[in-house]
Design a protein around this ligand. Structure first.
Ligand SMILES: Cc1cc2nc3c(=O)[nH]c(=O)nc-3n(C[C@H](O)[C@H](O)[C@H](O)COP(=O)(O)OP(=O)(O)OC[C@H]3O[C@@H](n4cnc5c(N)ncnc54)[C@H](O)[C@@H]3O)c2cc1C
Length: 291
């Protein structure tokens, strides 16, 4: 049976994990598998596969997760959202995951098909919050369940304290670990962890780091996620944006410094948003390991 992330995080410090998304095209599939093959020798604690916006990739997510489980030595986490589906449909997907041998799931609410700017409305007879999905997963099987956390608060939350209260509810519902949205200021991460502990959430909270390899892409992601994109970093990147190598070099330097600060301050590991590419992640990983 597949190992649980809970157990791996208890024994591997620091943990390193790599996030991938299920591609839509054959070319994307090749790029994904190249990245997986390039990153596998780093022996990450786990890798994870996202669930498409609007709940659009159930079959693709499952296919990638199954192929990683069958063709590599990697421990894999499948993301799952509650968007645009009834409780019974989510239950059916959980059963498919279970029957395919998926043991580790990141339980997410997701955003509306129109994107995070569209006000959230639960599907008729569907789940309202990630917390409900955590409970449903535990009802359906022996899953190890992760949840999302937000160092700069979730964009819909009135303030960090309110958001952390709900993170603590996800933990009380049975979450085993949390992974954060990407961010650029380590102080935001440490403030989140302190608040979560005060609210009674004791699970490992793994900081998410997005290596900047493309200025426009990261600005778009930051706008969607609500993460602040630091002006000084934006200015440094814009100054070299015609030179992809120079952009990557700055991205690697900034992400390495951030990851060092996080690990030195006691973070349990680093979660890399790879965007299905390996070069920047490999360079940062090598620097963190002193090579
Ligand atoms: C690590 C990570 C991975 C992600 N992967 C994916 C992915 O694969 N696919 C995808 O579509 N999206 C993904 N997302 C994005 C995520 O789905 C969105 O950010 C979504 O808006 C929030 O999801 P959540 O699980 O945090 O929701 P929730 O925990 O339900 O929180 C959503 C909002 O509701 C509030 N809230 C929570 N519980 C309650 C409650 N009980 N009562 C009242 N309010 C409550 C929270 O404060 C927050 O403002 C990911 C995000 C992260 C950080």
């Amino acid at each position: 049976m597949a190992l649980t992330i809970r157990r791996l995080l208890a024994t591997q410090r620091p943990s390193f994990s790599f996030e991938f998304f299920p591609p839509k095209t054959d070319e994307g599939e090749q790029q994904l598998w190249q990245a997986i093959r390039d990153l596998e020798p780093l022996r990450p604690t786990f890798v994870d596969v996202t669930y498409g916006a609007g709940g659009s990739t159930r079959d693709r997510t499952l296919r990638v997760v199954e192929r990683i489980a069958n063709e590599t030595d990697l421990t894999v986490v499948a993301h799952l959202t509650c968007v645009a589906v009834s409780r019974e449909d989510v239950r059916a997907t959980i059963r498919r995951f279970r029957d395919a041998g998926v043991r580790n799931v990141l339980a997410l609410r997701g955003d509306m098909p129109g994107g995070p700017d569209v006000a959230w409305e639960a599907h008729d007879g569907g789940l309202h919050h990630a917390e409900d999905l955590v409970r449903l997963l535990h009802e359906e099987g022996d899953f190890c369940v992760g949840v999302a956390a937000f160092p700069e608060k979730h964009p819909e939350a009135a303030d960090l304290a309110t958001d952390v209260k709900y993170l603590a509810q996800k933990c009380a519902a049975g979450a085993d670990f949390a992974i954060t949205q990407f961010f650029f200021d380590p102080a935001d991460y440490f403030r989140l962890v302190r608040s979560a502990r005060e609210a009674g959430c004791t699970v490992p909270i793994i900081p998410g780091v997005m290596p900047v390899t493309n200025v426009r892409q990261i600005e778009r992601f930051a706008a969607l996620s609500g993460a602040a994109f630091p002006e000084d970093l934006a200015a440094r990147l814009r100054a070299v944006q015609e030179d992809p190598q120079a952009v990557r070099a700055i991205g690697v330097e900034v992400a390495t410094e951030l990851a060092h600060g996080l690990l030195d301050g006691g973070a349990p590991g680093i979660h890399f948003y790879t965007l299905n590419r390996s070069t920047a992640t490999r360079q940062i990983h090598a620097r963190l390991n002193g090579s």
